[in-house]
Design a protein around this ligand. Structure first.
Ligand code: MN
Ligand code: MN
Length: 307
């Protein structure tokens, strides 16, 4: 039975491409493996896969009885509900260690870098396995996406080196041009249901026993979102009341050119934002200069504020 390789819910480009790459790497190491996603891929990932001619993995939400490899997360809230009935054999990630546990030993590659793609690139090198051209292309896009084209504070020299090397393998000369094209696709909101925008890159967190949802929309120009901001806020209010209720829902509207985020706030305790970011919020949103990374800037600040 093939090892199932999967990333987080609301799959992003890193989760999808890392699953594809790890499935390839494991297969070439003699371990039969296949990538899946827990949901439909987003427009950015669709653009990336089509650009390099790679098929999207099948959608699957149950892993009962399977041997699995996790990529891009180790958080139970972001993994299938029946994960406890699966056996975790591999982890490739770049986030803080989450709350999964295993019954046996496992192979873990968890590095403090900007993207799982960077970790997987180094794993290919470690095993002396050649990266296929198309997979190098999608991995380099994942790194540009996760690091917001090297602008995110999560970006490391290791990520930049990986992109340089992957670009050579993929035969890409101007990778920044591909990155910008990718972010333009990501920025497009016309015709996309408001709910899909809120959930495009959304994660639930457990913060000192409180359920907190944090979504992020990255655009090349915040003015794109101006006409729909009120609707986005209304949808966040709806989401807050769903699934037994949440303490807070925050939506980051990140302007990758201005390098900052406007945060839409729906919370039982809006003052938590003041505490987390040393600001004084008056309405239902606040501009946070230089805040680009949910993982490195927003989640840790909120975790401290909620503690
Ligand atoms: Mn991800
Ligand atoms: Mn990632």
């Amino acid at each position: 039975m093939a090892v199932i390789v999967l990333g987080h819910k609301n799959p992003d480009t890193d989760t999808v491409t890392a699953a594809i790459a790890v499935a390839d790497l494991l297969t070439k190491r003699g371990v039969e493996a296949k990538a899946i996603t827990q949901g439909a891929i987003n427009p950015e990932t669709d653009y990336v896969l089509k650009k390099f001619g790679v098929a999207a993995p099948a959608v699957q939400t149950s892993v009962e009885g399977a041997k699995v490899a996790l990529v891009d997360t180790t958080e139970l809230t972001q993994l299938p509900d029946d994960l406890a009935k699966a056996e975790i054999l591999y982890v490739y990630d770049h986030h803080k260690l989450g709350d999964v546990t295993t019954s046996g030993p496992l192979e873990m590659w968890v590095w403090p870098v900007g993207c799982t793609g960077t970790v997987v690139k180094n794993a290919y090198d470690f095993y002396g396995i050649e990266i296929p051209k198309a997979i190098a292309g999608i991995m380099l896009c994942a790194i540009l996406s996760d690091t917001v084209m090297f602008k995110s504070p999560t970006c490391t020299e290791c990520d930049k080196k990986a992109v340089e090397a992957l670009a050579k393998i993929a035969g890409v000369t101007d990778y920044m041009a591909i990155g910008l094209e990718m972010f333009k696709v990501k920025s497009a909101v016309d015709g996309t249901p408001i709910r899909d925008l809120v959930f495009r890159d959304y994660k639930d967190f457990n913060m000192s026993g409180k359920k907190v949802g944090i979504g992020q929309l990255e655009v090349v120009d915040l003015s794109i979102l101006e006409p729909i901001k009120a609707q986005l806020l209304e949808e966040c209010k709806k989401v807050k009341g769903e699934e037994g209720g949440r303490h807070s829902v925050f939506l980051l509207l990140t302007d990758i050119m201005k390098e900052g985020s406007e945060m839409l706030i729906v919370s039982d305790d809006p003052k938590i934002v003041d505490k987390a970011f040393s600001v004084t919020v008056t309405g239902s949103s606040v501009w946070l200069p230089k805040v680009m990374s949910r993982k490195k800037q927003v989640v840790p600040n909120f975790e401290k504020a909620f503690a």
